[in-house]
Design a protein. Sequence first.
Length: 640
Amino acid sequence: MRNVYLLCLSIFAFHTFSAQYKNENVEKKGLIKKEMKSYAAKMAAGNINPNTLNYDLQYQRMDISIDPAVYNISGSVTSHFKPNQAMSSIYFDLNNNMNVSQVNYHGQNLTFQQLSTKEIKINFTTALAANVLDSLTIQYNGAPSTANNSFFTNIQSGTAVLATLNEPYGAQDWFPTKQSLNDKIERFDIKVTTPAQYSVASNGRLMSETILGNGQKRTFWRTQYPVTAYLVALSITNFVKLNDTMGTPPFPFVNYLYPSTNADAGSMANIEWTKTVMNTFETYFGAYPFRNEKYGHMEFTAGGGMEHQTMSSMGDWSKQLIAHELAHQWFGDKVTCGAWNDIWLNEGFATFGEHVAYEKLIMTNAEFLNYLLGEKNYITSDTQGSVYVADSNLGNIGSIFNGRLTYSKGGYVVRMMKWILGDTLFYQALKDYHARPNLAYNYVRTSDLNTSFLTSTGTNFTEFFNDWIYGQGYPTYDIRWKQTGNQVTFKASQTQSHSSVSFFEMPLPIKVTGTGGQTAFFALNNTSNNQYFNETVSFPIASVQFNYEYQILEKNSTVTQDNNLSTTGFNIQEFSIYPNPAKNELFISGLKKEADYQIFTADGRLVKKGKANQKIDIAVFEKGVYFIMINNSNLKFVKE
């Protein structure tokens, strides 16, 4: 989500996409710096309100009245819950400036207290038994707090408009719920009564619009996918409603637009383009997660956008923003960060969604590389700060939604995971990640991502995440090379910009160009400093390029031809591979003991890895040139 400018909202300067592709936080999420300390303290320990841990919130029904021209809300929220232990009271998160008039429980009114910690405590007359589904209804009204700018009114073309944006801490400002990132609400019904001239956009599927006969209209939306409270949203004004379909098989594509937007050809062309990027994301990320309901957009007066489940709120219509919010439906909505510390699991992956849209749909290859260079330079413009948000920073919304770290560096971390694994393995692992039964429509942490990718690929990213998510800074490389006949020796030395990381282990992307224009590509498995590598190149080398497609983050690295390069301590490989070309099996001779191997395509994509002994099955490989890396030696072979 990214939202800038809401009423008295403090504006945080993120970087914006420009002709030079210096990318800024396109979402521009609302940043709140006041009235946060007490609630942030309550949430800091894993973002959990401990008072709400003793029950599972399974269903909520919101039945409220709103007039966009009046800053107020009134109505009720009915909550169905299942205690996980016997309990004599129950807590909901609700800002204490909301006026609760009564709590109804099976026809009786319960006593309650509204607490300064932005909670309502409700007392039962007798203790409730564990594991028995129960329900109650809270009647309330008032003008929601403006501290989080989660509930806001404005004017568009002379007509009142009201919208909501809860992330991160704002849901409690306008309805009683569970704010914590530990319990998704399995089903949610939203019934909103407004003056009849307005339309209400929201999550899920539109069930009905009913004219009540007194100048009022009731709109009923239902979502039957699990949803977290911060993704529940409304937008209300005199919308133009457009209903279409997309996808194969088709599912609803629903847009609620201002009349001025509906008349703007450029905006409408980009909205239509959503269908194209949806097809692309389904190819790389898997089926759209909410196909049984819809996808679409509802316009609001905040700048940027917010990935509300099934219906993103939009303040502009750039392709970048459309792609970002759509990517969130997989990353942020289907799987949701289980703590704001791990917000990169939402925003980094959505930023990577921008990468995919740029590379596959929007930019030429040269433009995309220029964009990546801009991102790399922006990320490495400072050595301080980790992608992981420390508990001490959870009260600072600018730290949670940090453009350089949460978005750009988070997105580049995902790109580096793709470089390590290769496209085919990476995208399959990505599909596996949000399809796993224990993760799908649930909360996730960085450790869950690591476990999922380890299961899918056999690659453990623990050290990688220690360096790039929990650590700070970036590496600088000194790459030296020397050619002797058909052998080229590389030495990779590294310095780190921040003391939190002692060494960045990373496959190093190398492109070798010959005097006749020939090329060869290597991924040097750099696991220690001042490491040597010996490779075979069958042509005279004219130049060596490092990080030639900005596959990894680094800064101020150098590549130097060094004919005095020492190979002291470097173990020249004593094994060979045959036959070459090979058809179904590749045999290894001279290998003294079992060793790890990796096989790469000529363009550096990892296609297979494992333990090498005497032979490797390559029957499923496509025809072409490959490189096998064993014991830091890289040998070329041809699959026929």
